[in-house]
Design a protein. Structure first.
Length: 466
């Protein structure tokens, strides 16, 4: 049965134990979901009266403590009744927040509502930055930093989405819409926005903005074809006697060219399936060239990167052998990174590679999104050409080698493709994959897709050897 009024009660938090062996006494508010706040007191299980929500009389100072925590509970209940008598919506956070300011006419300002929402939530800095980024996009579009929440009607939101689809990736725009929806829902719960004025009341942004297909990936054979395509495009010669094509170096350093798009895509793949923002923020101090011996004692040169994922802060430590492919990807940029204030790839600078790094999260995100969008456009063209070649080969040899899912191609596919390519290698295991991708073994399943194509099923059985 749906509850239309919050349930307020005192509970003993037995799943948390203090250093003295006691459990904290919490004030719990249940209204669709639960929120708790400490009363500042604690006791053991034996001295807690669960039915009457109080301490038993034989506990030290039980009468005084029971009076304090009961008054606190009654205060919250009174606040709840006040909201209900005034016919105002509320949330568990609103009932528990003793510092919540009274709302006035100015509280209709979007920025103030967003700040109030963020003050009630314990969010990571990156998530708060996403809220601020969404607000800045709206403020620029509305032409006013102190625009009202009521100004975001469905018509303006539809125009906003149409305008930003030209500038942002679909995944980013979906994230922006979710933050706007969260602020608008908070405004409705606070009673400063009517449900009839909700900007997504009939406009379903999830239908307008396609979510990334997290099951799509490029199989190992096609990854090798993309790598060969890149080498044929920018290098010439055979074996150890190779060099860059005459115009390759100048084209590689221009962010809008096919050469740079392929290079940037393969750099993300080589760096253990890293995200565009992670590659864009790589600096000279994140890189070193070292020598390691293999199992036969032969020494090889490696590109060694050490950095943190922008999303989680987890350590990523790719070790990439210096072969023709990796040198064709990284060497042109490592040699010139001093021209980009230490950044290895020319992503968050201007097109002329001048020393003008983007110094705010918003400007960096815009620059990375710009490069990612251009890269994706070129990669779709390249993958269509590779599909054409595979189709011709399948026809001539009567084979059924898989094609690349161009329609669902995204930067997320790189991370997924790296994981699946690794798992197709003999001797691979999920724990090692989790370490490479800076994930926990329990959550690495995000990047593992169950095999369902006939070609994959046949190849997997053939590799068992039994």
């Amino acid at each position: 049965m749906k509850v239309h009024s919050a349930v307020v009660k005192l509970v003993l938090r037995t799943n948390k134990t203090l250093t003295n062996g006691y459990h904290p006494i919490m004030l719990r508010v249940s209204f669709g979901y639960r929120k708790e706040k400490s009363t500042g007191y604690a006791c053991d299980v034996a001295h807690w009266d669960k039915k009457n929500q109080c301490l038993k009389s034989d506990f030290a100072n039980a009468a005084e403590i029971n009076k304090i925590i009961t008054e606190y509970k009654n205060k919250i209940v009174a606040r709840k009744l006040k909201f209900e008598m005034d016919d105002k919506r509320y949330t568990p956070e609103m009932l528990l927040d003793d510092t919540r300011p009274e709302y006035s006419a100015r509280s209709c300002v979007y920025k103030e509502i967003m700040d109030n929402l963020l003050s009630q939530k314990q969010l990571r800095n990156s998530t708060q930055a996403h809220y601020d980024y969404s607000y800045r996009l709206l403020a620029d579009y509305m032409g006013n930093e102190r625009f009202m929440i009521n100004d975001l009607n469905e018509f303006k939101m539809q125009r906003f989405l149409k305008d930003k689809l030209k500038q942002l990736s679909e995944g980013t725009l979906h994230n922006v819409c979710s933050k706007i929806a969260a602020v608008s829902n908070h405004a409705m719960l606070m009673g400063v926005l009517s449900p009839e004025d909700y900007c997504f009341r009939r406009l379903k942004y999830s239908n307008l903005v396609r979510k990334a297909n997290k099951t799509a990936y490029i199989d190992k054979d096609n990854l090798l074809r993309i790598e060969k395509y890149y080498l044929d495009l920018v290098t010439e010669g055979t074996g150890e006697h190779w060099q860059f094509n005459e115009e390759a170096l100048s084209l590689l350093r221009k962010r809008t060219t096919k050469e740079f798009a392929l290079c940037f895509w393969l750099a993300m793949l080589k760096l253990n399936g890293s995200a565009p923002i992670d590659v864009a923020l790589l600096k000279k101090e994140n890189f070193a060239i070292r020598h390691y011996a293999d199992s036969q004692g032969v020494s090889h040169q490696y590109y060694c990167f050490d950095f943190k994922r922008a999303k989680t802060g987890a350590d990523v430590r790719p070790r990439i052998i210096c072969d023709r492919l990796s040198m064709a990807i990284f060497q042109p940029f490592i040699e010139t990174c001093h021209l980009r204030d230490g950044y290895i790839f020319p992503v968050i600078q201007d097109d002329d590679h001048s020393l003008k790094p983007k110094d705010t999260y918003e400007s960096m995100k815009n620059a990375v999104q710009y490069v990612a969008r251009i890269t994706l456009e070129w990669m779709r063209l390249v993958c269509r050409e590779i599909n054409r070649r595979v189709t011709v080969r399948n026809t001539l040899t009567n084979q059924h080698r898989p094609l690349i899912d161009v329609e669902n191609l995204s930067c997320y596919n790189i991370r997924h493709s790296f994981a699946m390519a690794y798992l197709s290698t003999p001797g691979s295991n999920v724990s090692s994959l989790a370490s490479l991708m800076a994930r926990s073994p329990n959550s690495i399943s995000t990047y593992i897709t169950q095999l369902n194509r006939d070609y994959d099923l046949i190849a997997s059985v053939a590799n068992i050897g039994i």
